[in-house]
Design a protein around this ligand. Structure first.
Ligand SMILES: NC(=O)c1ccc[n+]([C@@H]2O[C@H](COP(=O)([O-])OP(=O)(O)OC[C@H]3O[C@@H](n4cnc5c(N)ncnc54)[C@H](OP(=O)(O)O)[C@@H]3O)[C@@H](O)[C@H]2O)c1
Length: 299
C-alpha cells in the first residue's frame, strides 16, 4: 500500500479536528485527496464536511479508508485513547502523529505501532494552523526514511517536510526545542508589554517596537560569528562584546524595574538566576553563552 499514485487518488484519514486537524483536512481536500475525518466531538467536523470531507462514525472506520492516517491530537495519550479500539485495523497502515508530546512518549508510541504492524512517523508542525499548506509551513519528521519518502508528496501539502533521522524522538525533541524558544519569547513579549503599559504605552505601541526588536535578535546572536554555535561546540565563550557580568547586571535591572511597577517577577528572576549562577561559578568574564552550563546542570 502506498500513495505513489496521483496524490488526488490517495485517501487520507485525519483523526483530531482542532484548528490544526481542520487546516490539514482543508489542505488535503484542496489538493484533491479524499479525506475521511474522525473527531470525539463530531460537530467540530461540520466545517470540513461542508468543504468535502467524509465523517467516519468510529476511529476504525476512519483508519480503514486507506494507508495514511494522520493524528492531530492534544498529546500521545489521546492516540491510545482513540486507537485503542482500532488496533486490529492498524496492520499495514502508516500512522503520522503530528501531536505534541515528549520524545520518550514518542519512542514508546513508535514501539506500540510496530507491535501492531503499523509504520510510524513522528511530526512536529512548526507553524500555527492557519499557515498549514502555505509556502512558510514546515514540519519536522523522524522515523523510517522510506516511510516518509512514500508519503512525501502528500505530507508536503501540509508543509515542507524536514527529515531529521530514524530515531523517533528526534522530531519531537526539535519541536520542543523550538517551542522552548517560542514560548519563552512570547512570555518575554507579554512581560515587556506589561512593563511598557505601566509607562502609559498601549499594547499596539508596545508591540510595534518590541516586534521590530524581536526580528533583530537573530542578527544580534549571529554577529561576530561566521558559524553560529561553532564557538559553543568548541567549548569557547570569548567574553567580548557581551560578558556574563554585563548581561547579569542588565538582568538585575529588569527585575528591579519590574518590581518597581508591580509586575510578576517569575520570568525576570529566572533569567537573573542564569547569569547569577554563572557569575557565582567564576564565569563573569565569559561571553553570555556561558549560561548554557547553568542549563546543562539543571539548576
Ligand atoms: N493550533 C496550532 O496552531 C498548533 C500549531 C502547532 C502544533 N499544534 C499541535 O497540534 C496538535 C493539535 O492542536 P489543535 O490546536 O488542533 O488542538 P485542540 O484544539 O486542542 O485539539 C485537540 C484534539 O484532540 C482531541 N482530544 C483531546 N482529548 C481527547 C480524548 N481524550 N479523546 C479523544 N479526542 C481527544 C480533541 O477532540 P475534541 O474536539 O473532542 O475536544 C481535538 O480533536 C497539538 O498537539 C498541538 O500542540 C497546534
Amino acid at each position: 500500500m502506498n500513495d505513489n499514485r496521483a496524490p488526488e487518488n490517495a485517501p487520507v484519514a485525519i483523526i483530531g479536528l482542532g484548528p490544526m486537524g481542520q487546516s490539514m483536512t482543508r489542505a488535503l481536500l484542496a489538493a484533491g485527496h479524499p479525506v475521511t475525518v474522525w473527531n470525539r466531538t463530531a460537530r467540530r467536523a461540520d466545517g470540513v464536511i461542508a468543504d468535502g470531507a467524509t465523517l467516519a462514525s468510529t476511529p476504525v472506520e476512519a483508519v480503514e479508508v486507506g494507508e495514511l492516517v494522520i493524528l492531530s491530537l492534544t498529546d500521545y495519550q489521546v492516540m491510545y485513547d482513540v486507537l485503542g479500539g482500532a488496533t486490529g485495523s492498524l496492520a499495514g497502515r502508516t500512522l503520522v502523529n503530528l501531536s505534541s508530546d515528549t520524545p520518550d512518549r514518542t519512542r514508546e508510541a513508535a514501539s506500540w505501532a510496530a507491535g501492531h504492524c503499523a509504520d510510524f512517523l513522528v511530526g512536529g508542525v512548526m507553524v500555527p494552523a492557519p499557515m498549514i499548506g502555505t509556502g512558510s509551513a514546515r514540519v519536522h519528521y523522524s522515523g523510517p526514511r522510506e516511510v516518509l519518502a512514500r508519503h512525501q508528496r502528500t505530507l508536503a501539502l501540509l508543509g515542507e517536510p524536514n527529515y531529521l533521522g530514524e530515531a523517533p524522538g528526534l522530531a519531537q525533541m526539535m519541536y520542543q526545542a523550538e517551542l522552548a524558544v517560542f514560548l519563552t519569547a512570547l512570555s518575554g513579549l507579554m512581560h515587556a508589554t506589561a512593563m511598557l503599559g505601566s509607562a502609559g504605552l498601549n499594547a499596539k505601541e508596545a508591540l510595534s517596537e518590541l516586534l521590530s526588536f524581536t526580528d533583530a535578535i537573530g542578527a544580534i546572536v549571529r554577529a561576530g560569528e561566521d558559524v553560529p554555535g561553532a564557538a559553543l561546540d568548541a567549548g569557547a565563550h570569548p567574553g567580548e562584546p557581551s560578558t556574563v557580568t554585563m548581561m547579569g547586571a542588565t538582568a538585575d535591572h529588569i527585575v528591579e524595574t519590574s518590581a518597581s511597577v508591580g509586575l510578576d517577577l517569575a520570568l525576570p528572576r529566572a533569567v537573573q538566576s542564569h547569569y547569577g549562577r554563572a557569575i557565582d561559578a567564576g564565569r563573569g568574564g565569559d561571553n553570555w553563552t556561558r549560561i548554557i552550563d547553568v542549563m546543562r546542570r539543571r539548576g
